[in-house]
Design a binder for this molecule. Structure first.
Ligand code: NAG
Ligand code: NAG
Length: 380
């Protein structure tokens, strides 16, 4: 067994604080926390070059340690870290697998979960962009599912605004069938509430590590990142203008691999102000569109806590549609990103993008527990 996996055991066990049932209900009803722009002076940034210009995106964040406590500590059900401190159990119970994430073939533990079984949509499969296929996925732990549902509810005005803007664009795009259809694919995802229900859980304990620079697939046209423990540094390559050029580089002329040319770890590729370094620690939440920008994650040497993060994306339900949008780095996708970025900025300005309070996911769990057993996510 690799050393870092073994180390997980002791560290994860330390996270298993047992809280009495009901302690959350007794706490005061808190207010919903509101997401804010990372850079309010420039709410729209531009990422990778697509035909007709760079892909626009918004980036908003908020912190809540309370919600992370709630997500991690689940005394009432059999839950991830409670009786599953053992790596073998993380694998068998929660589907964590080692996943190679850089050229040095280092591994972090990853699991693909779906967070939609509360709606009875018990699809056990998730569309995975890197394979362009549906792959089996387990239901996410109950509290994570309830949180995703509560987040959808708390920010319903924002998703409504996005869906409406996509629909308005569909009507205008009557001359462009491809654009019209692709807009509809994303609008339907929002209407069917599949946003953020594809959950990738990541666990890393092993000191310094740099993950390869990349852009995500189409499931990350709208993305929620949550850090449940530890620290991770997210680096993003961003530009202030749609037509900003890349910096000229020596290696371009020497014909090096194209991937390195725009890697966020290649300091020659970006001016200082074109790189955002964002420290993500326990309790950090962000919403953005990593489909649109080059990014990488670094785990620091000094970090002592296990890093545990969730990446929540669209769960496409139709394979034909998912494949249609997934492979594309086209102007159609740039136009969709444009609609999403601007509507998201509108929503953030209007304070519509909000985390739920603790009481909201709790209420969902209580309600689900009263329904027939099939509504409760199986914990196989
Ligand atoms: C590790 O986690 C604990 C508990 O969440 C926290 O109090 C502490 O500050 C963390 N340490 C570091 C170095 O992040
Ligand atoms: C998937 O989408 C395609 C194109 O939009 C449609 O023709 C097909 O009927 C859909 N498949 C299912 C199973 O809904």
């Amino acid at each position: 067994m690799p050393a870092h996996v073994f180390q997980l055991k002791s560290v994860l066990c330390c996270l298993c604080v047992v809280l009495p049932c009901g302690s959350w209900q007794q706490s005061h009803a808190s207010a919903r926390r509101i997401f804010r722009h990372h850079d309010a002076a420039h709410p729209i940034s531009y990422g990778v070059q697509l035909p007709m210009g760079r892909a626009p995106f918004a980036f908003a964040s908020v912190t809540s340690e309370e919600l992370v406590d709630f997500l991690l500590h689940d005394p009432c059900t059999s839950y991830l870290l409670d009786d599953c401190c053992d790596p073998a159990c993380l694998r068998s119970q929660w589907g964590f697998e080692e996943d190679s994430i850089n050229e040095q073939c280092e591994n972090i533990l990853k699991a693909d979960w779906h967070a939609s079984s509360f709606w009875g949509a018990c699809s056990a499969r998730l569309f995975v962009p890197r394979t362009d296929e549906f792959l089996p996925a387990r239901p996410a732990p109950v509290r994570i599912q309830a949180f995703i549902q509560a987040f959808q509810h708390a920010s319903a005005a924002c998703w409504g605004r996005l869906a409406q803007a996509l629909h308005a664009q569909e009507c205008q795009a009557s001359g462009n069938r491809e654009l019209q259809h692709s807009l509809k694919v994303f609008r339907r995802c929002l209407e069917d509430r599949t946003h953020f229900t594809g959950v990738e859980a990541q666990i890393w304990k092993g000191g310094e590590l740099t993950m390869d620079s990349h852009t995500d697939g189409a499931t990350a046209m709208l993305h929620l990142g949550v850090t449940l423990g530890g620290n991770r540094m997210l680096r993003i390559g961003k530009f202030d203008e749609r037509h900003a050029p890349y910096r000229p580089q020596e290696n371009r002329r020497r014909g090096m691999r194209s991937g390195d040319e725009i890697s966020v770890w290649n300091e020659a590729a970006y001016a200082v102000q074109e790189l955002w370094d964002m420290e993500q620690s326990r309790g950090c939440f962000y919403v953005t569109s990593p489909f649109c920008f080059e990014h990488g994650v670094k785990y620091q040497k000094h970090a002592i806590n296990t890093t545990f993060a969730l990446q929540c994306r669209f769960a496409f339900s139709n394979l034909t549609d998912a494949r249609l949008v997934n492979g594309q780095r086209t102007n159609v996708m740039r136009e969709i990103a444009d609609v999403i970025a601007h509507s998201l900025v509108d929503s953030i300005d209007r304070k519509e993008l909000q985390l739920p309070t603790l009481q909201e996911p709790l209420g969902i769990i209580t309600t689900a527990a009263k329904k027939p057993a099939r509504m409760i996510p199986p914990l196989d």
